[in-house]
Design a protein around this ligand. Structure first.
Ligand SMILES: [Zn+2]
Length: 437
């Protein structure tokens, strides 16, 4: 095979180039160092001014395989000079230059460009460089990565999302049986929510949807192949009716679990509202003694220290209503904490509801109404003790991503970034990657 001489046009800033190195021993070493089996390094140049190393290579086989009929062809129709970016080496940017060939198939006469393992078709980077850029982007802004690698940040962004989509598709086969459905607010104070769907077995995000409407969730569920939908056994959610209706519609076989922490949070909110109403009208000297009462009331009673216990005592004496509510809250919590059997839990909860109804505080009665509406999903918790607790941790990571990117103008990019960074699973539906900003 003939040795291909590098095309001087691709070598930039000729005047600053050191002399081309071409010594067979050195080149064997360079080939080994490069470590791409398809390429043999024939010579290299170093551009000190631009901090670049340019490896002039040739492809080490002299035939191509026809993509149409799988026939081998050695009949070169045309060659084209190419230059691709590779991994940094010793702090320098690395380019590989080589001739890529078009062959004519002896069988079907089609002309085709040879395909390479280390470079995807029509890409200007080696696959390993693309992987590295993708990894670098984890937890970093595109701008930072671009600066570090001497690239345009738009290019980094494009490479990231392209790789993310490939990753998503590769992972689509591993499907979780236990889904978490929860929302996060996208913009503070705007009441704009994103719907986060997570895998509660592997604690990772599967998908982020642009809002929390029933129809949005239904549509997404229908993008999943039927066999994947059948695999989903349990869906854990907060007490949001549209989610429940969507799941009942598309996954009638799945068990709906009302997330325990959201249930107790509703009760805590009742307690807190009553506390606020009481504290508002206290004389100053009493009010100062009760600073921080909020956390004392919401904390598990068993975790209170002496000062906190004292505060609780003062509050108890001040308001019998608060006392009763707090005791009810603690009892409610302990049902979830200690009882493992569903039937037993149901008996305890029924007794609790009876007591509340006799007691008859309006706010609490409202909570009981919710409880009764969600009775089965709440009790389903006791079947497997599944919670979306892990989702909270995921939400914190999402907030970090949001901060790291100074807010996202484009929901799709935000979603792709979340899924790429916090996904062991990857989204299941078709990736809706766009280059749009
Ligand atoms: Zn062919």
């Amino acid at each position: 095979m003939s040795i291909i001489t590098p095309n001087p046009e691709t070598i930039k800033a000729n005047d600053t180039l050191s002399e081309g190195h071409s010594d067979s021993n050195i080149d064997d070493t360079a080939t080994e160092l490069l470590g791409l089996w398809e390429f043999v390094v024939e010579s290299y140049d170093i551009d000190e001014a631009r901090q670049e190393s340019i490896f002039h290579c040739r492809i080490c086989f002299d035939y191509g395989i026809c993509p149409g009929c799988r026939n081998v062809s050695g009949d070169i129709h045309q060659t084209k000079h190419r230059s691709v970016r590779d991994m940094m080496c010793f702090g320098r940017i690395v380019y590989l230059t080589f001739d890529i060939r078009r062959f004519r198939c002896p069988q079907c006469h089609k002309v085709f460009t040879e395909s390479l393992d280390s470079i995807a078709p029509n890409q200007r980077n080696t696959r390993r460089f693309e992987r590295m850029v993708y990894q670098e982007c984890m937890g970093q802004t595109f701008q930072n990565v671009a600066k570090k690698l001497g690239m345009n940040w738009h290019t980094v962004e494009r490479m990231f999302y392209q790789k993310a989509c490939e990753q998503f598709q590769r992972n689509a086969k591993q499907f979780p049986q236990i889904l978490g459905v929860d929302e996060i607010s996208n913009k503070k104070g705007h009441k704009q929510y994103l719907l986060v769907i997570s895998d509660l077995q592997r604690n990772c995000v599967i998908e982020v949807l642009p809002n929390r409407l029933r129809n949005t969730l239904v549509k997404w569920l229908y993008t999943l192949p039927a066999w994947i939908r059948e695999e989903i056994k349990v869906v854990s959610m907060d007490l949001w009716k549209p989610y429940r209706m969507a799941i009942a519609q598309v996954l009638p076989h799945a068990e709906i679990v009302a997330d325990r922490y959201h249930v107790t949070k509703n009760l805590n909110d009742v307690l807190d509202k009553v506390r606020r109403a009481i504290q508002k009208h206290l004389p100053k000297e009493v009010a100062s003694k009760l600073k921080g009462l909020r956390w004392v009331l919401l904390k598990n009673q068993g975790d209170l220290d002496d000062a906190e216990k004292q505060k609780l005592q003062i509050a108890y004496e001040l308001s019998p209503l608060l006392r009763k509510l707090h005791q009810l809250k603690e009892r409610f919590r302990s049902i979830f904490q200690h009882i493992t059997d569903r039937k037993q839990a149901e008996r305890f909860l029924q007794a609790w509801v009876c007591e509340v109804k006799q007691f008859g505080c309006d706010r609490l009665l409202k909570f009981v109404e919710t409880l009764e509406r969600w009775w089965d999903p709440i009790l389903n918790y006791f079947n497997r003790r599944i919670t979306s607790g892990a989702v909270e941790g995921l939400n914190n990571r999402i907030k970090l991503i949001k901060r790291c990117a100074y807010g996202y103008r484009n929901v799709t990019n935000f979603r792709n970034r979340i899924v790429a960074e916090i996904s062991g699973a990857g989204p299941l539906a078709v990736c809706y990657h766009t280059n749009a900003r």
